[in-house]
Design a protein. Sequence first.
Length: 580
Amino acid sequence: MINQIRLNSFLLLLTICIIGLYIYIIPENGFNFWKYPEWNILFWVLSCLLIPIFTFLSIQFIKQFRLLPSTKKQLFSALEMHHYSNKMSSDKSDFIATISHEIRNPLQAIIGTHELLIKDENISYESKALIKGAYNTSKSLLNMLNQVLDLSKIESGKIELTQEPTCLMELLNDLIQSFQGLCDKSSNTLKVHLDHLIAPSLLINSTSLKQVLGNLMSNAIKFTDHGTIFLSVNIMNDTHAEQLIQFQIIDTGCGIPEIDIDRIFHPYERSQINHFHKIPGTGLGLSITSSLLHAMQSRLYLESKPNLGTSASFRLRLKRTSLSPMSKNTNSKIFHVHEYKNHFLGKSALIVDDYPACREVISQQLNYLGFNCIQADQAHDGFLALEKQPIDLVITDEFMPNMNGRQFASMISKHHPNIKIMILTGDSQFISKLSVEEIALISTFMIKPVELKELFEALKIIFLPNDLHWDFNHLLEFTNQNLMAAYALLESVLKTQKELTQEIQTHLNQVNISLLKPLCHKILGGAKLIDAQYLMLHCKKIERSERDIQQPLVHSVYQELIRLNYQIQEFLEKNHSDMI
C-alpha cells in the first residue's frame, strides 16, 4: 500500500510538472493555431491525455491517503506478530532443549546400564542376549529421538543428512531381525524379498533410512492383526555409478480410509481407524517419515483400502562407492579400552548431576576405566568436595538447579585451573550457545547419552595429549591387512589433508559457516579412515553448529591438521621408506 502511494504521488507530481511546463512555454499572445494547425492538434491531444490522467491520479491519491492510517495500523500489527513469532520460536527452542534433556537423562541410565551389563562376565549367555536386545532397542530409540526432538529443523526443511559408506543388505537384515520378534508377538507373518544385486557399499544416511523403514514397519505391524507383512526391496535401475532402489512395505491390516490419507501426513493427525481400534500413537510417524524422505530427495507413496491393507513405498537414488562400509564389530575398540585402562588408574573424578541414575551410571563407567569417583547432586556440594581432596576430572551436567554446568565450570577454573572439566548435556545445539570464553573454560562436552567407548575416546584426548592422534591399525583393518595398500592410502590422506589445511587457513580470521561445513565434511572423511578421534570430534562440532561457528573451534581443527600432517609425514618417512 505504501509503495503504491509513493508511485501514485510520483506520477501525479510528474503530470503536474508536464502541465506546468506546457503552460510555461505558451507565448503571452498565445499560439496562432490557424497559422500552425499542427500545434492545434498537439494541444488537443495533450489536453485529452493529461487532464484524465491528472484526474485519475488525484482520485487515487486521495483514496490511498485516506486509507493510510489503517495501513499503518496493519503494518504495526504485522510487526507485532513478527516479534511474537520470534518469541514463540525462542520459547519453542527452549522447550525442545528442556524436553531433550529430560528424555536423554533416563536414556543415559538405560543405555549405560545395559552396556555395563553386557561387559559383565558373570551374566549368563541367555540373559546377555536379552540385554543386547534391550540395548539395541534403546539405541534405536535414541536415533529416533535425535530426529524427533529437532522439530525446528524438520519443519524448516533444514535437515542435513550426512551420507556414509553403508552395506544396505546388512542394514536391512538388522531391521528384519529387530521386527521379527514384534511380528511373532502380534501373530503376524513377516515375508521378505531383497534383491541380491544390491551393491555391497552405497552412500546412505543409515540413521534416517532406518527411522523411515522403522516407522513404516511399526505402522504395518500396529495396524495388522493375525495377518502378513511384506518387505520388498528391488533395484529399479542399475548403473556403474548408482542404483535406483524401491522400498515397499505391504500389510494385510485394517487399512486407512481414503479421506484420511492426505490428512495423516500432517503432524499430530491420526486416522479414524486409530479411534475405532484404539491403536495408540502420537500422529508424528508419517509426518517425520515424509519430511526425512523429502530431505533424501524422495517421497512416500501410500495406497490403502479399508479391511484390505496398506502399501507404502518410496524410491532412493543411491550412489555406489569404492569405500568399504564401517564395520559394526566393536571388539577391537573393546580391546583398546582394556589396553588403555591402566593409564587412568589412580586418577580421581567428581560427577555432579541432579539425576541420580545418570550420576551412578557415569560413575560406574569411569570406575571401569580406572577412575576413583565421588558424586554430588548439585554444584555447591561439588565445589565443597573439590576443597577437601585433589580431583583430576570434573564431569558436570549442564542443566542443574541453582547453578548450571557452564557457571560451575567458570567457578572451578577460577579456583582450580588445573582440573579438567567435561560438560554433559541433552541439548544437541549446545555448541552454538557457547561463547569463546566458555569454550576456553572446558576441556570438552558430550551429548547424552554417553557410551563407554565415546567416554574413553574423550578422556584419552584430555589426559593423553602426547599420544599419536591417529591409528595406523585402523587403516590396516580398512585395507584387510594389506600393508602396501594401507601405506598408499595413508599417502593419499596426507596429500588431501595438506590441501585442506591450506583451505581452512583462509577461514581462521573470517568464519564462513556455509563454506566451513562442507570443508569439515571432507576433513571428516579422511579422519575416519585413520581414526583421528580428536579431529573428528571438532569437525563434528562444526557440522552440528546451526548459528555462527566460534573461531576457537576453527583454530582447533587447523592446529590438529598441522599436528596430524607432521605425525603422518614422520611415520611414513620412518616406516614406509624402510620397506621400499
